[in-house]
Every structure is written in C-alpha cells, then in structure tokens.
Design a protein around this ligand. Sequence first.
Ligand code: MG
Length: 308
Amino acid sequence: MADSVLDHERLTGLIAPDAKLRHLGGGASWSEGPVWLPTRRVLRWSDIPGNRILEIDPTSGQSSIYRTEVEFTNGRTLAADGSVIQCSHGRRAIERETDGEVTILVDSWDGRRLNSPNDVVVARDGSIWFTDPPYGIVQAHEGHPGEREYGGNFVFRFVPATGELHPVVTDMEEPNGLAFSPDESVLYISDTSSALRTDGTGNHHIRAYDVIGASCKNGRVFAVVEPGVPDGFRVDVDGNVWTSSADSVQVYSPNGQLLERIPVPEVVGNLCFGGPDGSELFIAASTSIYAISTLTRDATTGAASCAQ
Ligand code: MG
C-alpha cells in the first residue's frame, strides 16, 4: 500500500507536518488490543477471530505469531511490573500474562460469570478497570456463545491485591474502550451498541465520568463519533482523546472538540502509543497494523515506560 499523506491544513501540532501513515503489516482477521512492549521493542496485538496473538517489530517490519489458541484475547495494557493485563472473551476473564504464563485474575462477579471483557486499563494505584460488553458471547467467531449471567453490561474496577471487584458504571448499553484523563479525574468509556445492529439504532459515542475515589459519577456524552463506532482509544499527555472510527483515527480535545482526523484505509479497531520514545501511534485496523509518528505520547504511567 502506498503511504498516505495527511491533509496539512488540519494539522494541530499533534502530528509532524511530514508525518505519513505507514502500513506495517497485515494478515489478521480482525485486529484489536495493541500494546507496545518496551523491553522487546515490539507491538503485540490480538487477532480475535483468528484466536491468536501476533507481534510485529516496527523497525524490521517482521511480524510473527506469538501464541495460538488463546481463548480470543481482546484489549490489553501494561501493568507497572511489566506484565501484560488482557481481556479474554473465551475465558470471560481478565488475565495476566508474564513471560508467556497466563493467570486468570478475575472471571466472575457476585457468583456469576462476566460477559466477555473487552478492554482494560490499569490506574496508578494498581487497580484494573475494564469493560464487559457481550460481544464475545453473542458472536461465535469472537468467543463461545453464552448467556449474560448478571444481566447487564457493566464497567468494573478490580483490585488485584484484595480480589475486590465492583461495578463502577452500570448505565451504558455496551461499554467498549476506556481510558483515563492524565490526572485520572475523568474516565472515558465508549459505547458501541450500534455496532451489531442493522436498524440504525444504538450508540456510537464516548462518555465521560468524574472519578470520585473508586466510583464514577456525572456520566455525560463527551463525543459522538462517526462513521462507525469508537471502539478502542487512548488519551495523550495533554488530555486529547485519540479514538478509532470506521474510516480514521479521530482526535478530540479535552472539551470534546474534534481536532484532527487521520484517514486510515481500513476500519480502525483500536490503537496505542509506543515506540522507542513513546510517540509512535500504532493503529490496529481490520487486517493490519499501521503507524504514524506523533508529537505527543500516552498520558498513563504504564505507557511512560515506552520511553525506556
Ligand atoms: Mg474493543
């Protein structure tokens, strides 16, 4: 694929004027869950329908299959200790992966199984926040058919040290991606309930919640994203929200203004910052991984390790 040149008139200081979208590799069925692994300098991501985890070295362009038969992993992030925290549709669980060894952290709430955890972030206090929509139990190619045992689609906070799990958001239809503002005072969560519907109903927006201690209050719509849905997204050091959509990566200011649109030739599923100095944006889009150099980096402490 030829590199695409951005529309420079839309540049806002977030991307260098000569930045180009680069196609790094492909071969996946549906790409999700990208995370930069600073110690190995590779991008790891999920091919959900392929039921495998892939990796690519952005310098050499070399891609490889990391593991197969992985129980349909989806979103993932780095914990402070360097382990990978990831969602498994098949196990209906949040799991920790350290050097290829996988441990289930949590797979039930109040005696009932989770739906199919979709995306996950780790707060500075070590708590793990994740979304739990039904996509992995209602689509056979993304998990195992099953029932919604607790009857909702919640966002949860899990404390690994104590095993405590409690819902923090219960008023969204189908929560999907999530990320904190730089000071963790706001939690952004996308609702993608329009994704599987053909009648034009459902949500394709990102909501914002004030984080008060271990709970979320004052939920409101932050941005309505079109075309398609805002699946996964990240927040940069200045609080801008970089989100997926059907035709582009879209960047919203902290007050919800659309700042930038980076066209991508495939439907975007998720993205993350990484690379040697943390300023590379990696984009998981349908069959492929793309990259573009930015002038910013991820807001989170976990991604700060990208600079290593
Ligand atoms: Mg997702």
